[in-house]
Design a protein around this ligand. Sequence first.
Ligand SMILES: Cc1ncc(COP(=O)(O)O)c(C=O)c1O
Length: 346
Amino acid sequence: MNEQLHHGGQLHEAARRQGIPPDRWLDLSTGINPLGWPVPAIPESVWRRLPEEGDGLETDIRRWSSAPGKAGCVAVPGTQSVIQVLPRLRDRCRVGVIVPGYQEHARCWALAGHTVVAIDEDKAHQSDNWLRELDVLVWINPNNPTARHCSRERLLSWHRQLRQRGGWLIVDEAFLLPDEAEHSMTVAADHPGLVILKSVGKFFGLAGVRAGAVIGDPEITAGVAGLLGPWALSGPARYVMQRALKDQTWQAANAEQLRSASNRLDTLLQAHGLPATTGTALFRYVLLESAGHIAAALEREVVLVRRFASPPALRFGLPGDESQWQHLNQALARALAKSRLTSSAQ
Ligand SMILES: Cc1ncc(COP(=O)(O)O)c(C=O)c1O
């Protein structure tokens, strides 16, 4: 469990494998917005001074996420940092983690000595019986990679049940778009035992800056801040995150643009004979027995996609410009023809 997991984005490894330099690749292996928020020049003083909480970033995060004033809110170096420390805030307990899903949650809870119970995403919606044996539940909304949304009513009901025995509900909203407020749990972020994770890596396309937020039960968010220690989020990251969150115009235009790109990707994949996909605005997910063969064939066409073993599936991120769309189109045609999989994929 202490092994490093792979999540896509290992472009340099693929480049070495194929002997093709990284800048020639079409990397669709992550769900990161290829047309991210345009980062402005960062003032010299931001580089020189220690980061300060008095810069108002936390207030801006609350406003952006509609979190109530009583909720805790801490800016963090990526939601991954929170995923890593949350398990240290509880005595050993039973933790349910959505499967399939972002595997870091299960890895980190298990690493801290908790008992991790895999909760099948499909079955979870059929009854609540499985919840009885849990102290903590981690849900990803929308899920990565299946893209499935869970209603706020259901999450609130799970939270109520967990709360009756001092349990926690952790909702990872890394892939939720700002205009999907009806799904977000941040409006209830002042409820005890509720924790919500927000990332600026995906929709804002700022994965490299390592910034995000933990919002929710103030005791838990303070515990996270304590474990992360002082200056966990760099000054430049705070500066960039604050301005990106305030840029409502860009956010509205971008959400629309991403949805249309995601629909275009779905149409393209189906035109090449792949089965219907599910997806968020940032990626498409295809269940496919031959996922491994197709991923390998695409790699030979200098396209990197994310492959999942169980269930066998592929995840395609969005191309960023017309030449990348063409690259993908041609690569799909050649890869599927070469591996003679077009017919079996239909
Ligand atoms: C569902 C989910 N949550 C959280 C993360 C961590 O993202 P970050 O640390 O960039 O906020 C990822 C990364 O891929 C993810 O897929």
